[in-house]
Design a protein around this ligand. Structure first.
Ligand code: DGL
Length: 269
């Protein structure tokens, strides 16, 4: 089937984390129509098995295909590391599928060759070892040290950037192996929401890498290459959630500075 530029971009995450990516995409590509799915009923993803995350991801990809998306962005590191290959296979030639890992790694390759870098992410992301394997395959001298910061995404979802979240950040980042890093990758799309607190912890000794803009830029490139960039209109936004949560409702409002209608779409009935 021939794709057209006015078809929407589909974006999904377990909750508000993917909004960091969605927001960057809307900023860089204001004409694009967007469909966002927040799988709030199954949050957090990071502690689930890869098989469970794969099952959720394929279901969501199915919904996004029904919504006629030209591109599906897996705006969740946990799902990108657990389910990217499977979602790509499922979607086939019906849409472009992208993840948050590959654009970040390509960027690190250009900017941080021969540096010692830290990474924080969910248990799934860190234990999958996907970032490390892909970085090592580039053979560019990046030394990667990763730490699973298991409770952080849920704390961000529940409390935002308050003192509970800040104590977790302090606990997780006080990690001897992070003593000599020059940059820290926020390898969970929830973490840019608390980037100022993470940056405060290190002072200006460590650069904090928020992949949102990098990933949005990669989406733009990919659409340009495929001649699918929408230049015609002001983009629309449509939000689905598998469960209505206060945190998601206030998150969307905060990110987009407007009242946003959330449509309830239970994944399993
Ligand atoms: N935002 C997600 C990620 O990038 C998932 C957080 C979670 O649900 O555990 O990994």
């Amino acid at each position: 089937m021939k794709r057209s530029s006015t078809q929407p971009i589909g974006i999904f995450d377990s909750g508000i984390g993917g909004l960091t990516i969605a927001h960057a995409i809307v900023k860089q590509l204001p004409n694009e129509n967007m469909v966002y799915f927040g799988d709030t009923a199954h949050l957090p993803y990071g502690d689930k098995s890869a098989a469970t995350i794969q099952a959720y991801s394929v279901k969501i990809a199915h919904l996004l295909l029904q919504q006629n998306c030209k591109l599906i962005m897996i705006a969740c590191s946990s799902a990108s590391t657990a389910a990217y290959e499977l979602v790509k296979e499922y979607v086939g030639s019906k849409a472009i599928v992208m993840n948050v890992v590959d654009p970040t790694i390509q960027w690190l390759h250009k900017q941080y060759a021969n540096h010692s870098i830290g990474l924080i992410g969910t248990r799934q992301t860190v234990h999958s070892n996907v970032y490390k394997k892909k970085i090592d395959a580039l053979n560019c001298g990046i030394q990667l040290t990763s730490r699973a910061t298991n409770l952080l995404a849920s704390a961000i979802e529940e409390f935002g950037n308050n003192s509970v979240t800040r104590s977790l950040i302090e606990e997780y980042l006080s990690y001897p192996d992070f003593k000599h890093i020059s940059a820290l990758v926020l390898a969970c799309t929830h973490y840019p929401i608390v980037k100022p607190s993470i940056a405060d912890f290190f002072g200006d000794k460590v650069a904090i890498i928020d992949p949102s803009e990098i990933v949005a830029h990669a989406v733009k490139q990919r659409l340009m290459e495929a001649h699918l960039l929408n230049t015609h209109q002001d983009g629309s936004k449509h939000f689905y959630v598998s469960d209505y949560t206060e945190s998601f409702a206030s998150g969307t409002k905060r990110f987009f500075q407007e009242e946003i209608l959330l449509e309830h779409y239970p994944l399993w009935e």
